[in-house]
Design a protein around this ligand. Structure first.
Ligand SMILES: [Zn+2]
Length: 400
């Protein structure tokens, strides 16, 4: 307690909520983000998630996924712990926070080795001081910040929305498998499959175009006229979004870890830490995917490549809208050039998983990122830039 009678945690939470309020005010939104008590909504969402599962033969099952029961129960408990610990204020969407808290719980479990015989006490102490939140800002960013002994991980609403909308366009570009041996949610995702879908169905390109244009010129990346995708697309969509959110969160946890433990990664002071955070996040995501979700690394780490490809598209679109040409990426959204980050992660996969052309080959991990690139190239071929000639980008992009 300090002289005001408030605990360090209360003071950190007050600072977090103040940052959210200021971000909302900058957006010009007059009313609170939450319609009611955000913590209550988040815990209710966690209840529903647990209730909708079926537990059978040592596994927790949803219609699309299957998790080992022991670790899944630990993840449920940790998700609730993160929600209670982060005590969302009025500028938080409780439903949304529950979804990212689940991804954060997956990372914390690996950091703390909670599921093993030798839990890591030091990491647990860091996690006990970690507060998770979304930030009502629209720029495509995430943040690691410190307040006294507490650490914040904040994800921008704009980044999450863009990642969701582009994931939807990507998954809709994949070709459902119709062979007698296939199940409903299997897709072919090679470039020729994507091209063949796009040549018959203009919807993914339209969705991607509207998402980009709304983000650039109206400041919010949403193509409102589009409903959720058909049911057979929902499992790959959920998987891609979860993997993407998990990587973004893991990257920010790594910044906090370096700060809390006074670790200085080698290389240039700023960029060295960014590359190190990418690589450590890659490993945390791969291990959590393997232990908690029964996913191979070429599925679980796809979000790393996908979020970087998404940032690449935003960067190129912004340059084309502003200058009519793509300029050299000298560091977008406060991070090293996207191409270099992709190269480091690509090499990380080849070195730590496999260079072989096998079931674990790097091919599958790049499907989502490459599909997004194909969509972007399709939009360029359709002359998207000519449509932007007399348009001015939204003020949210000032300074980006
Ligand atoms: Zn970073």
């Amino acid at each position: 307690m300090n002289s005001s009678g408030r605990s360090p945690r209360d003071l950190a939470l007050a600072a977090l909520h103040k940052q959210q309020l200021e971000a909302r005010a900058r957006l010009g939104v007059a009313t609170f983000i939450s319609k009611g008590d955000a913590l209550e909504a988040a815990l209710k969402r966690a209840d529903v998630r647990e209730r909708e599962c079926v537990i059978r033969d040592g596994y927790v099952q949803t219609p699309a996924f299957k998790y080992p029961e022991r670790t899944e129960r630990l993840r449920w408990a940790r998700t609730r712990n993160i929600l209670l610990r982060s005590s969302p204020g009025p500028d938080e969407d409780g439903n949304y926070l529950e979804m990212i808290a689940r991804q954060a719980a997956s990372i914390e479990m690996i950091l703390c080795q909670e599921h093993t015989d030798q839990p890591n006490q030091r990491s647990q102490e860091l996690c006990d001081h970690l507060l998770l939140g979304t930030l009502p800002t629209l720029q495509p960013s995430a943040f690691a910040r410190r307040h006294g002994d507490f650490h914040f991980v904040q994800i921008s609403a704009g980044l999450m929305e863009f990642a969701y909308q582009s994931s939807k366009a990507v998954v809709l570009s994949w070709k459902p498998m119709n062979g007698p041996e296939s199940n409903r949610s299997e897709f072919k995702c090679e470039p020729e499959d994507v091209q063949s879908v796009l040549s018959k169905n203009p919807l993914p390109l339209q969705l991607m175009r509207l998402t980009i244009e709304n983000y650039l010129f109206d400041g919010w990346p949403r193509a409102t006229a589009y409903a959720p995708p058909p049911i057979n697309y929902q499992a790959p969509l959920e998987l891609l979004i979860n993997c993407t959110e998990r990587f973004i969160i893991a990257h920010e946890y790594c910044h906090n870890l370096y700060d809390a433990f006074d670790i200085v990664p080698p290389g240039d002071p700023l960029r060295g830490e960014e590359f190190a955070a990418d690589v450590l996040a890659f490993h945390l995501v791969a291990e959590s995917g393997f232990c908690l979700d029964r996913l191979p690394p070429n599925v679980s780490t796809q979000g790393a490549y996908f979020v970087l490809a998404s940032l690449g598209v935003i960067h190129m679109a912004l340059d084309l809208a502003r200058y009519g040409e793509v300029r050299e990426d000298l560091g977008f959204a406060g991070h090293p050039p996207i191409k270099q980050r992709l190269q480091v992660l690509r090499e990380c996969y080849l070195q730590t998983v496999t260079r072989e052309d096998s079931d674990l080959s790097i091919r599958a991990v790049l499907f989502a990122a490459e599909t997004l690139d194909l969509l972007w190239r399709g939009l360029l071929d359709d002359g998207i830039v000519a449509r932007w000639r007399d348009r001015v980008v939204h003020p949210i992009w000032a300074g980006v």
